[in-house]
Design a protein around this ligand. Structure first.
Ligand SMILES: Nc1ncnc2c1ncn2[C@@H]1O[C@H](COP(=O)(O)OP(=O)(O)O)[C@@H](O)[C@H]1O
Ligand SMILES: [Mg+2]
Length: 288
């Protein structure tokens, strides 16, 4: 089956700084590096590395050809990534000597999704395929509606968290995905227990405390592996991509979570975002 992802593609620009700049201060950054990131791209890469057939639907600017090439090299289908007039979304990530960071994100092309392009991509979708969505790109509700009409299962990551966004998409969502911070924001803003939300399943990832898949009357828990984390960026995206790929490959929820937990643990031992997502081979070796 195929996993479609309508999602963000970001160029992450990292700079090491002695401390986070104060208002009015100018600082020299060191060790400049650019990496592929964005929750959408990360999730697509994770699912592809897990072995799934993945079609990414998104947009970059004229400056984003390298990101599309990188996605393609990492195994993601890129035929439905548009080049638009806005620049490619990017993040300016200042990393201080004490590990603290300060991030500015410009969403640019991520907010220029095209309904026609989503429809064109989903034209070849079949019932049993899946659509993954996060809250960093435009047209999420439209994409979810099109996918539901075509018989796809819709999986939505409520991140970055927005009450309005989650309320709008919930009626078109089968599996809602949050980390523990977002779970708290969700239950506070909607004034419900997350276990009572009207979805088929709810995946709550809890960092070093593992993850729970909550279905009506049934909770599946997976423990986290014990590792020494060096960079937890993208852990949730890695977990999600591997989890959905596991389901796509016919695994039970428990087995898919076991696979995803190992992938997430391995990710946090590596610095970086999309490029640091572990291969299926490395994940299997880590589990063995
Ligand atoms: N410190 C850690 N040790 C082991 N596994 C981790 C660690 N942090 C994250 N993971 C794995 O990655 C998953 C997702 O991480 P989490 O922090 O919940 O997501 P997010 O990146 O969205 O904040 C966890 O459920 C766990 O399986
Ligand atoms: Mg976390």
């Amino acid at each position: 089956m195929t996993i479609y992802c309508v999602g963000s593609i970001n160029a992450d620009h990292f700079y090491d700084v002695p401390h986070i700049p104060a208002p009015g201060e100018t600082l020299a950054g060191a060790n400049f590096r650019i990496g592929l990131g964005g929750k959408g791209a990360n999730q697509s890469v994770a699912a592809a590395k897990a072995g799934a057939e993945v079609v990414h639907i998104g947009a970059v600017g004229a400056d984003g050809a390298w990101a599309v090439e990188r996605l393609s090299a990492l195994g993601v289908g890129t035929d439905h990534i548009l080049t638009v007039e806005e620049p490619t979304a990017h993040a300016i990530i200042n990393v201080a000597a004490d590990g603290e960071n300060a991030i500015v994100i410009y969403s640019g092309a991520n907010l220029c999704q095209s309904e026609d392009e989503i429809a064109a991509a989903l034209k070849s979708a079949k019932p049993g395929d899946r659509l993954i969505l996060q809250n960093e790109a435009s047209l999420q509700v439209e994409a979810a509606q099109m996918a539901k009409a075509a018989g796809l299962e819709v999986i939505y990551s409520a991140a970055p968290f927005s009450t309005e966004a989650v309320e709008a998409i919930l009626p078109h969502t089968d599996i809602l995905v949050v980390n523990d911070v977002e779970a708290a924001q969700l239950s506070e803003s909607l004034n419900v227990d997350v276990a009572d939300l009207p979805v088929k399943g709810m995946l709550v990832t809890r960092g070093a405390d593992g993850a729970d898949f909550i279905a009506p009357g049934d909770v599946t828990h997976v423990d986290a592996h014990q590792v020494t984390p060096v960079d937890t960026t993208g852990a949730g995206d890695t977990f999600l991509g591997y989890f959905v790929a596991g389901l796509d490959q016919g695994m039970s929820v428990a087995d898919a979570m076991g696979l995803a937990s190992a992938a997430g643990a391995l990710k946090v031992t590596r610095p970086g975002t999309a490029d640091a997502i572990p291969s299926r081979k490395d994940v299997e070796a880590f589990r063995a």
